[in-house]
Design a protein around this ligand. Structure first.
Ligand code: FES
Length: 220
């Protein structure tokens, strides 16, 4: 996969104060002569802050870690989790296109992305709210087809539920997890039809998401 930095770059980059504190803590975890080991967490934080990894961000990180910028760029361009061009303001949708997801309908999801977001992957939608790309297996094959948005997975999708999800991603924060309301990857309907009853109404990942959303809202 050929990955290059975007032609349009911002003038500069600076970590926000809370992020800078976090970054310093990460660097402090490593021996002084091994601080380059913090390159992935720092790139990840820069992306979390800006939505993507720009050339100025690479240069700032390189300076902080005493590395040549090209070495940081090599890391950022190797892992597809790092976006090297701007992504949708509301969501960047990563559609898994590997065999299990493909057999369960990911090609339809990709077609919808082309029609509703942009003809080509990694391009912004006309209003700049969404972008998409096809990725390799993201490790949730038993709930295929699956998409990833940030750190959330939306699973068990169909063309209809995906269209619905696109709307919701723009308007609010849709609940991640199975879009067919499976608890995890049990056979469909198992917990409703058998005597087994679940004590929790949502699984651990959904709970984490809800906690994070609530604490985010409380901060505002
Ligand atoms: S093949 Fe799509 S998550 Fe594994």
């Amino acid at each position: 996969m050929l990955r290059r930095i975007d032609k349009n770059q911002p003038k500069g980059f600076e970590f926000t104060k809370p992020n800078l504190n976090w970054v310093k803590k990460q660097i402090g975890k490593y021996p002084k002569d091994r601080k380059q080991s913090a390159v992935i967490p720092l790139l990840y934080k820069a992306q979390e802050q800006e939505g993507w990894v720009s050339k100025p961000a690479i240069e700032v990180i390189a300076k902080m870690l005493g590395m040549a910028p090209i070495r940081v760029y090599e890391v950022a361009s190797f892992y597809f989790m790092f976006h090297l061009s701007p992504v949708g303001q509301k969501a960047h949708i990563q559609v898994c296109g590997t065999t299990p997801c493909m057999l369960r309908g990911s090609e339809k999801l990709i077609q919808i992305c082309k029609e509703k977001i942009s003809k080509h992957s990694k391009e912004l939608s006309p209003d700049g709210q969404l972008s998409w790309e096809e990725v390799e297996c993201i490790g949730a094959c038993s709930n295929a087809p699956v998409i990833q948005v940030g750190s959330d997975y939306y699973e068990d999708l169909s063309a209809d539920s995906f269209l619905n999800l696109l709307d919701k991603l723009i308007k609010d924060n849709p609940l991640p997890g199975s879009q067919k309301k499976r608890f995890s990857s049990e056979p469909e309907g198992l917990f409703k039809s058998s005597k087994r009853n679940l004590e929790e109404s949502t699984n651990a990942s959904v709970k984490l998401y809800l906690e994070a959303t609530i604490s985010e809202k409380n901060k505002k």
